[in-house]
Design a protein around this ligand. Sequence first.
Ligand SMILES: Cc1cc2nc3c(=O)[nH]c(=O)nc-3n(C[C@H](O)[C@H](O)[C@H](O)COP(=O)(O)OP(=O)(O)OC[C@H]3O[C@@H](n4cnc5c(N)ncnc54)[C@H](O)[C@@H]3O)c2cc1C
Length: 438
Amino acid sequence: MTDGDAATPPDGAVPPRPDTLYAATVPQRFHPPLAGDATADVCVVGGGFTGLSTALHLAEAGRSVILLEANRLGWGASGRNGGQVHSGQRRDQLWLEETVGKDDARKLWDLSEAAKDLVRARIARHDIACDWIDGLIGAAHTEAALDDERAMVEHMASVYGVDSLTLLDREETARAVGSTRFVGGYRDASAGHLNPLALAAGLGSAAVAVGAQIHEGSEVSAIEAGRNGRRIVRTTCGWVDAETVVLAGNGYLHDIAPSVEARVLPINNYVVATEPLGEERMARLIPGRECIADTRFVVRYWRPTADGRLVFGGGESYTRALRSDVAGLVRPYLAEIYPDLADVPFDYAWGGTLAVTRHRMPFVRRVEPGLYAGCGYSGQGVATATFAGKVLADAIGGDTGTLDVFSRLPVPSFPGGTLLRTPLLVLAMTWFALRDRL
Ligand SMILES: Cc1cc2nc3c(=O)[nH]c(=O)nc-3n(C[C@H](O)[C@H](O)[C@H](O)COP(=O)(O)OP(=O)(O)OC[C@H]3O[C@@H](n4cnc5c(N)ncnc54)[C@H](O)[C@@H]3O)c2cc1C
């Protein structure tokens, strides 16, 4: 099979790509829906970073793989996110040391470094044109948040020997981010940012090139027991008989795997892309071209793109449907940080759904024999989800060492089950969002 059989899908074959800056700029081949029945060693459900990376690593290891994506590759969070590639896990090393002990905390740090390396290596190896730019700035919005950042940077230097983090005082932060709204921060030279849909599309092409079969427009409606411990993965256009199934639907996995879905809460986050601001203006705003994330509970994050726009994210909602007034929601957050950009035209404004876990650490597990899941990256999935795909593929191939480390992380179910978890969590999230404002 080639990398997609047609440049564009026939009318009605799949939902349209979302109206994002990324979809407007990244060409994607179309991979026709599943037709009839098929057999594979592994069936992967979901074509974001988790699923694509799993399929790529499995196919490279010589396994037969069929990946089923309900929409288009990168249609979910992987093609809609802020493109920031962070260092470390979603929770810092101090929390991890207390929660899982020093040994596993050290392993998790090493794995997070391996995750960034994997992303860079795949970009280089498959020649993925995703505009990687080095550097991330963490911008503290309060003195208490700056104290936490300072403690984290000092701990990382003294205990982990990390020399890529540099503390910034108030003036240095203002110069680096083009705004006086922050009390200080730090620069992480080993993090970076990229066009995430280009990465997803590139991983898809790489997976197909080594023999993975990918079908878009193929929504999985049920996973049933088959013969001899195998599973039947059903879609409206056919089914796959597989020895192993990998659930990689993240925040979009609705009602096909209750035991996995109970561990994650889907929440929506919103992004805008300004018109191109011009090189000179962008160089004044963010001279080092780093991506930036602040320290609020509902984080604001932004970055300059290769074509001189600001991609700015902020604002959440907790309903199944995305909000329609994204520009109106995000504009005040942008204007508060950059008053001069209060009226800047937005060329694109969109939302996406991610999955959070109770402690914000991912759920990457063997759920039962022959059934694996990778989800719940809690807003930090560009590197972690890509890495999780490798971890799952390695485990399916018999090397469970890294999966065991992830499996020891506490990822409890949300109280209230899949029905009541949302109202309960909305209350909690609203409280934390309110604290940001206070
Ligand atoms: C607005 C936003 C901003 C973010 N910013 C960042 C950031 O800057 N940095 C960062 O590291 N992370 C960020 N994240 C998080 C990151 O995007 C995710 O953690 C990551 O993309 C998860 O990848 P995934 O493959 O697990 O899930 P997804 O990319 O969501 O992919 C899941 C796929 O599964 C498919 N699917 C679901 N159910 C089925 C089914 N039944 N049958 C077939 N297919 C199915 C969906 O259509 C979807 O394409 C952000 C997320 C959002 C939404």
